[in-house]
Every structure is written in C-alpha cells, then in structure tokens.
Design a binder for this molecule. Structure first.
Ligand code: GLC
Length: 442
C-alpha cells in the first residue's frame, strides 16, 4: 500500500500570484500515453480513421506494457533538467490510466492490471519533481458523450448520428467527468498542476455537428472543484474559462504573452515530432539544439516549456526520445543557470542571440556563432566579469570609444554604450553556447 502526502496549500507566489515554482522551474515533461500507443500512429487515430468502439477494443485487449517503469520515466525527466511532469490521466479516447471506480475502461481492468497514475505520482514525487495531470474533457468512448464535429462518428450521416445521439445525456457525462476528476484530485496526494483539454465551442472547422464548451463541461463547477480539492493547484486555460496560465500549443510566442494588454504566465507545449502519442513512423524530429533554443527563447519571453514524450506500447521511452532527453540533459547540466529562475532581460539582444536574466546575471545565448566579436548594446560600463558558462572560461570585453573609425585591424564604428566581447574562434561543442555576464548592478 502506498502512502501519499495530504494536499497542502502552497504559499510562495510570484509577481502574478501563481505558485512561485512555476515561473522559476520553466521546464516540464508532458507524457501522452494511452491505448493509442498500440496503433502507434497519433493519439487522434480513433478520430482520424473514424474507428468504432468495437474496432478500437483490440487495443484495450492487447494493452500490456510490460516494460513500464515510472521510476525510469521520472529519472529521465529529472536528468533532462525538467522540474515537473504532466501525465495524460485520460486522453480523448476515454481510457483511464488509474483505478477509477466510475468505469471499467481503465488500466486496472486490462491484462496489465496496474494503476499507472499511482505509480507515476509516487515515482515523480520520489525524484523530487512536481506532479501534473492532463485530463481530457472530451471522451470518445463514454456512451453519454454526444457526437459532435470532432467525434470519430461525425461522418456517419445525419440519420445515424441522430440515432446515436438519441438517449445520450451530457448531464450524465458531466457527472462522470467531475467524478473522475474528484478521484484524481482526492486519492493521489498533492497535485501541482492540471491541464484540461480542450474546448471547441466556436471552432469554425467543427461546425457541422457543433462543438463543446463551458456549459457542456460544467466548467465553473469543475474549476471550483479543482481548486477546492487542491488549493494552490495551477490550472490551464482550456475549460473555455480563463485559467492561471495560457497554453500555446506547437508554436513559439515571439514576445511575452498578453491577455487584454496584461502580461500573463504562459507555457508552450511542444512535441518531439508533431505527434503527442507514440507515432512509430513519424520521423519529423526536432534536434536537441532546436529544442534548447526553443526552451531559452521561451524563457526570454517569460514562458515555460512542456516537452512531450509518447512512450511506446511496451511502456518505455523509445530510443530517439531517450537520446533527445540525454542531449538536453547534457546541455542543462552545465547551463541550467540560464533557465531556472530566469526571465526576460532588461537589454536588447543582438541579432542571432537571445538573452535571459536572473538578477545581476545576464545570459547571452548564441544561436549562431560569430567570428570573434559580438557587440552588446548598452552594456558599456555595466559589466563586472564574463565567462563561457559551460566551462567558466573568461571572456574578454572592451569598450571601443564612440567615434573610433574601423581601420586596419582596429575595430570601430560602434554606437556609444556598446560593449564588445571577444569569443574564441572555435564554437564550443555544446548545443547552444552561453556567455554568463555578471552585471555590476541589476
Ligand atoms: C490537443 C490535442 C492533443 C494533445 C494536446 C496537447 O489539443 O487534442 O491530442 O493532447 O492538445 O496540448
């Protein structure tokens, strides 16, 4: 029997009133796992291929992830520098990864027989990481969930759909949804984060049979329930109500995000290959250095990154995911000072670079490697020391007096206030080189 810690309120908050860990930690792991790992061709496979419940049943019958080891998942997340892990407790297919009392469509009723959420929560906590749940508002398996424009049965024809919808009752589905969320937020100790997914009431592309939103989910009550059961939990913005954070998906905001002109905490969720669930033949892979650039670019715009892994049907991270996480971890091991507790800088970064800042430390991320010199506006007179972050090797800098002409080997032509760094010719062999700049005052 596992003993889980009681829910307790978290007190430290950041400038926006959110629990402080979120904007400090910056980097989390998303895990999309469910029956769709078996077809291994995207977590929306049931929808995309319009698969019936009867035909989807074979994945339930063959779900037996014998290599599942939550401790291995959690350790890999920690080694990659991630500070929180968010697991799909249920995705749109409706399959529950825990021992829900409200359904038999759950992991404990498969031949595998284990409560995956329980093992996940315990392992993630044991590694000292924060625990997050993703929970799908959508359910393509529940008999009361009405057929709409994104349902696998959407193309069955008006008559068949009307017949299918006859007797379906979203009020009963709402009870089920709220009941399952209650289980998850009551029986697994402290949960730090909840990613509800998603509302599509006004979705132009799904207007044939309509969409669903806050009234269908009972969003106000669900949000109230969530906060009551888990004081201090961070909730996303997909209930068709404003949440604590904004969640851009598979794109990078190019500036701090705002709602009605006010900056808001945000987190970009990103995939390794465009798919969330394990997608065997999808090789559209992001490289380690691209992912690191995305992470620091987000931090420079005051955002977090939630990077997804889709474990296989055997229950483990596939080879590419492991290598990618290892590569990110190798970078984070030496460079995490530019990420944790850091945010946008008070200075304008030169072209091809991105700054993050934490107090008196300014981090210059060099996305391209220039020949020997990089000119930093407005930093003249303000720097006490500079070094390459990965090896703490000194970086020389100087101010070229304004008005100096460039001639022969002499640099010049820089505006007043410019500080010029001298970099080694050879680019350091790290995913993204970083210069750590110690400011005299901040
Ligand atoms: C979506 C998709 C989905 C994925 C998610 C992650 O809206 O429906 O499959 O789980 O976003 O953000």
């Amino acid at each position: 029997m596992t003993i889980t810690a009681p829910a307790e309120p978290q007190t430290a908050t950041d400038a926006t009133g959110l629990p402080a860990w979120f904007s400090h930690d910056r980097f989390g792991m998303f895990i999309h796992w469910g029956l769709y790992a078996l077809p291994a061709r995207h977590e929306w496979v049931k929808n995309r291929e319009r698969i019936t419940d009867a035909d989807y049943q074979k994945y339930f019958d063959h779900f037996d992830p014998d290599l599942f080891d939550a401790t291995d998942w959690a350790r890999r997340a920690r080694a990659a520098g991630m500070k929180y892990v968010v697991l799909t407790t249920k995705h749109h297919e409706g399959f529950a990864l825990w021992d829900s009392k409200l359904t038999d469509y759950k992991s404990t009723a498969t031949r595998f027989g284990r409560d995956i959420v329980r093992e996940f929560v315990d392992a993630v906590r044991a590694e000292g990481l924060r625990v997050g749940f993703y929970h799908s508002l959508i359910d393509w398996h529940h008999p009361d969930f009405t057929i709409d424009g994104v349902h696998p049965r959407r193309d069955d024809g008006a008559e068949a759909i009307a017949a299918l919808n006859e007797g379906r009752d979203m009020a009963r589905y709402r009870d089920y949804l709220h009941g399952q969320v209650s289980e998850l937020l009551t029986d697994y100790g402290k949960i730090d984060y909840l990613f509800y997914d998603f509302s599509y009431r006004d979705n132009d592309h799904e207007d044939i049979w309509g969409g669903k939103g806050r009234d269908d989910w009972g969003s106000s009550e669900l949000l109230e329930l969530t906060r009551r059961l888990q004081p201090g939990i961070i909730v996303n913005d997909r209930l068709d109500l404003p949440g604590d954070i904004v969640t851009p998906e598979q794109y990078q905001p190019d500036k701090p995000m705002e709602v009605d002109g006010v900056q808001v905490p945000w987190e970009a969720c990103q995939t390794l290959n465009g798919s969330w669930g394990y997608d065997r033949d999808n090789l559209n892979l992001k490289s380690v250095d691209l992912l690191v650039r995305m992470l620091v670019d987000g931090v420079s715009n005051n955002g977090n990154m939630l990077l997804n892994i889709g474990p296989t049907g055997r229950g483990e991270f596939d080879g590419v995911s492991r290598q990618t996480l290892d590569g990110i971890g190798e970078w984070m091991r030496r460079h995490d000072r530019s990420v944790y507790g850091a945010g946008p800088a008070a200075f304008q970064a030169p072209a091809g670079t991105v700054y993050t800042q934490r107090g008196d430390r300014l981090y210059l991320h060099l996305f391209t490697w220039p020949f020997e010199h990089v000119h930093l506006p407005d930093l003249a007179g303000r720097v006490a020391y500079a070094q390459l972050l990965h090896d703490a090797s000194e970086i020389h800098y100087r101010e070229i007096p304004p008005g100096t002409r460039a001639q022969n080997t002499g640099l010049g032509g820089q505006p007043a206030g410019t500080l010029t760094l001298t970099l080694p010719i050879v680019r350091p062999d790290v995913a993204v080189p970083v210069v750590e700049i110690f400011l005299k005052d901040a």
